[in-house]
Design a protein around this ligand. Structure first.
Ligand code: SAH
Ligand code: SF4
Ligand code: F3S
Length: 485
């Protein structure tokens, strides 16, 4: 019997014993939602659910939503319209379909969602995921369930329990939430309202989860938090650690070769964290450090609580410690009161910093945030013109940064199969996608790869024969190459 036939028999047996229920999960927004969706799957697995990519096959649909910009929420409502049709078709053939809305729109809009979209059976916020089986049972009785309590500690504790159960082999790169919520109240942002106040997980919880990940094949962990560098968890002795110290601790875990973290706030980049970039070869040379605007006036109106000069000084400190670091950023154009000069200040900041990549958005008024009711809202056409100009500048910087890698040999973590046969896709230390021809057995290993071509969205590489599974050990060579360039 071939290996393939054996697997089919095993799968058949499993299907006969477990109730056949399928869940279709769609995830919007930030990486924290991606992490949360994985944890919801962990909770649903023991309830007999397996994942499906086909909406038509789903007994349960969960939309894990984002509320950051107006368009994000509107997308959810139009998706619900599409789901309604499928649910009606399934009902014709006697099949049921439960529909749940999770995430930040659920938290912000609550009951309003089931009013606007009556097909929705349950609405539950980011802090209720561990209660999902109970909420599903309630919804099955025909009751409309709305759960938007804030109790992050309970969530972490229970989700950890589920994640502790033996899991399938995980992909080589994974997310790990260490901190949730935000106390900063930038005047444009809904996160402090949808995710609540800042909560940090304990050192022990994080280390245990990271160890489990490493044991199930994870080589790269990205620590997540809305304000990840504000993380301040307690150790077993009740002492408070900062993120830098946590990185040193996580670097000791066998098999965990790469660490990243996102998203950081400029105000919380302390010396220990910057030193971790200098000292630890596990800490990847990439940092997403949003500034939003380069104008002091707009920074103040946004309540970012730092100036452009302070940001420049911070960037200098970071680059002194880690000269080959790729910097990334978020920008908002057209915040209320932004003049041509303010926008020019942002463009000037971008020219001075030189980013490897950046995300940029037109300001969108979010109900309940101070920015929404400020005077001097910027007209839509002005925002569009500024966004186009900014994106052109950033695209040129990204192109230049990518081009500067040509001819270098760097470590690539091979993560999955590529589009073409024989091709794998991996990630460079600077978070660039790298495509190359390599055998499938190398998925999950770190290889020395020579960058031979620069594409528009990814780099193309060639396996550097003789160098196998380097564990980041060619980092020093890369640093030298970066200095020479
Ligand atoms: N915690 C992160 C950002 C979280 S939201 C930080 O402090 O930077 C991700 C990005 O969405 C933000 O950086 C911002 O650029 C953008 N964003 C948030 N609210 C927005 C709004 N009302 N309009 C446009 N962009 C917004
Ligand atoms: Fe939003 Fe500001 Fe908090 Fe980031 S720091 S999540 S932008 S309020
Ligand atoms: Fe969106 Fe919520 Fe993340 S609003 S960006 S999903 S924290």
């Amino acid at each position: 019997m071939t290996h393939r036939q054996e697997t089919e028999v095993v799968a058949d047996k499993a299907q006969q014993t477990a109730p056949k229920r399928k869940v279709f999960m769609r995830t919007y927004g930030c990486q924290m939602n991606v992490y949360d969706s994985e944890r919801m799957n962990d909770v649903l697995g023991p309830q007999g659910y397996s994942a499906t990519e086909n909406l038509e096959d789903a007994d349960l649909v969960i939309l894990n939503t984002c509320h950051i910009r107006e368009k994000a929420a509107e997308k959810v409502y139009s998706e619900l319209g599409r789901i309604r049709k499928v649910k009606e078709e399934r009902a014709l053939s006697g099949k049921d379909m439960m529909v749940g809305v999770a995430g930040c729109v659920a938290q912000a809009e609550g009951e309003e969602i089931s009013r606007r979209a009556p097909i929705v059976d349950l609405v539950f916020g980011p802090q209720s995921y561990h209660r999902l089986p109970k909420l599903l049972d309630e919804a099955k009785t025909g009751k409309k369930v709305v759960e938007t309590e804030f109790d992050i500690d309970a969530k972490f504790e229970h989700l950890s329990e589920h994640a502790a159960k033996p899991v399938m082999k995980r992909p080589p790169a994974a997310f790990l939430t260490v901190q949730e919520g935000c106390d900063k109240f930038c005047t444009f942002c809904v996160v402090p309202y949808t995710r609540g106040a800042e909560v940090s997980r304990s050192v022990q919880q994080i280390v245990e989860e990271a160890e489990r990940m490493a044991a199930s094949g994870v080589r790269e962990v990205t620590l997540l938090g809305q304000n990840v560098n504000a993380w301040h968890g307690e150790d077993a002795d009740g002492k408070t650690w900062g993120l830098g110290r946590l990185l040193y601790r996580l670097s000791e875990i066998d098999g965990l070769d790469r660490l990243r973290y996102t998203t950081s706030h400029p105000r919380d980049m302390d010396d220990e964290l910057i030193e971790a970039h200098r000292d630890l070869k596990t800490v990847m040379p990439y940092l997403h450090l949003p500034v939003q605007s380069g104008s002091d006036k707009i920074l103040a109106a946004m309540n970012r609580k730092h100036t452009r000069d302070e940001y420049f000084r911070l960037i200098d400190r970071i680059r002194n410690a880690a000269p080959d670091i790729a910097l990334s950023c978020d920008f908002i154009v057209g915040f209320p009161g932004e003049t041509d000069q303010d926008f020019e200040d942002t463009m000037d900041l971008i020219r001075r910093v030189e980013y490897g990549s950046a995300f940029s958005f037109k300001y969108s008024q979010r109900p309940g945030t101070p920015g929404a009711t400020m005077g001097d809202q910027v007209p839509e056409d002005v925002k569009s013109a500024r966004l186009a100009e900014l994106q052109e500048l950033v695209a040129a910087q990204t192109k230049a940064f990518n081009a500067s890698r040509l001819g270098m040999t760097c470590d690539v973590l091979l993560e999955r199969k590529g589009r073409n046969p024989g091709q794998l896709v991996g990630k460079s230390p600077w978070l660039q996608a790298v495509q190359l021809d390599a055998p499938e057995e190398l998925i999950g290993t770190i290889q020395a790869v020579e960058i031979v071509k620069i594409g528009s969205n990814s780099l193309f590489g060639r396996l550097n024969a003789g160098h196998h599974d380097l564990n980041g050990s060619s980092q020093d060579a890369i640093k030298e190459a970066a200095f020479d360039a």
